[in-house]
Design a binder for this molecule. Structure first.
Ligand SMILES: Cc1ncc(COP(=O)(O)O)c(C=O)c1O
Length: 357
């Protein structure tokens, strides 16, 4: 029996998508083979890949002067590819709002001069510093921020205003609500949350910005090479791309990002309201920076953590353990998590509180 999976990633995938993939597992249409067995250069696979890309463009309303790349190496490789391609000429500005920003900065610091424009580290990243307090460089090569910090559960809900090219790691928030792509020079996201299986990284780059990318790097590290080859510079993660295409089609069927955005807001509000109204659970993040995708919470009696996780699992609620670096609990409530799962979680949390509170 499938259970509610609150994993931060790899995360839940819509059941309809899995069923469809199952029905096509042995043979895709009348091709005589599984998608996994197809050449990435075959006409069948090119159709699958192009449809997925187009559906993503439609969902995010990506303007025509952007490239949409399907890459590998996870968001982690983007931490290096971004400064390698765009940072060589000067200082790169970074917002430090959580563990993933910190990793991005660590990698970038090996390649370029980085300027950390603000940090909430002294208060365990429980907020994102206000834009007015940021100490930005005059001529930054770019400004980088993590739109949603998956571990701490904080988010910057509105893209910052800047004259520098704006770059965002949207791994844990992409496709959860509409975004204005035109504000960005580059967006990247690992797939294993709202997009599809691990192994695929989406990168959306504005053409003007792409023109400034390095063409001296090894081919695999050049955005230009990937763009010129339609993301087929080498063999792409074909099955992950195909399955992500199914997730995009599923989202379109659900009414796109406006519709899923409303559902996501409702899901998050229900859970935060329950936590805030309880004297047993606690969410440490500033209200205006709370993530709608990752909801960390602490038990006011932390000695009950192990029992909480044990009983949750028995109740069919999986992967609620917080990241090992912060402890406590975390419910990741990406697109594939329906409102029924939130209700089941809240019911369980209420019962647990009655038993031990
Ligand atoms: C916001 C964010 N950035 C980067 C990463 C790293 O992604 P990957 O493991 O795909 O390299 C993660 C992974 O969870 C993440 O949540």
């Amino acid at each position: 029996m499938r259970k509610w999976n609150f994993s931060a990633g790899p995360a839940a995938i819509p059941e309809e998508v899995l069923q469809e993939a199952q029905s096509e597992m042995l043979q895709w249409k009348d091709s005589g083979m599984s998608v996994m067995e197809m050449s990435h250069r075959s006409s069948e696979y090119t159709d699958i890949a192009n449809k997925a890309r187009q559906d993503l463009i439609d969902l995010l309303k990506i303007p025509s002067d952007y490239q949409v790349l399907f890459l590998q190496g996870g968001a982690t490789l983007q931490f290096s590819m971004v400064p390698m391609n765009f940072g060589v000429k000067g200082v790169a500005d970074y917002v430090l709002s959580g563990s993933w920003s910190k990793k991005a900065i660590n990698e970038a610091s090996k390649i370029v001069d980085t300027n950390v424009v603000c940090t909430s580290e002294p208060s365990n990243f429980n907020y994102v510093p206000k834009e007015t307090s940021w100490n930005c460089s005059e001529n930054a090569a770019y400004l980088h921020y993590v739109a949603n910090e998956t571990i701490q559960g904080n988010a910057l809900h509105i893209p910052p205003k800047t004259n520098a090219p704006l770059i965002s790691d949207m791994s844990s928030v992409i496709l959860s609500e509409p975004i204005d792509i035109s504000r960005f020079s580059l967006i990247y996201a690992g797939a294993q949350k709202n997009i599809g299986p691990a192994g695929l990284t989406i990168c959306i780059i504005k053409n003007d910005f792409l023109k400034t990318a390095s063409v001296e790097l090894p081919g695999m590290l050049q955005y230009v090479k990937h763009a010129d080859a339609d993301s087929m510079f080498n063999t792409p993660p074909t099955f992950a791309w195909y399955l992500s295409g199914k997730v995009f089609a599923w989202l379109k069927n659900k009414g796109g990002l406006d519709a899923i955005g409303e559902i996501n807001k409702l899901k998050a509000k229900k859970l935060y309201d329950f936590i805030d109204n309880s004297d047993f659970y606690l969410n440490p993040v500033n209200k205006e920076n709370r993530s709608i995708m990752n909801v960390p919470f602490l038990l006011k009696k932390p000695d009950l953590d192990t029992e909480f996780l044990f009983e949750a699992e028995n109740a069919g609620l999986l992967n609620l353990k917080g990241h090992r670096s912060v402890g406590g609990m975390r419910a990741s409530i990406y697109n594939a998590i329906p409102i029924e799962a939130i209700d089941a979680l809240i019911n369980f949390m209420g019962d647990f509180q009655s038993k031990y509170g």
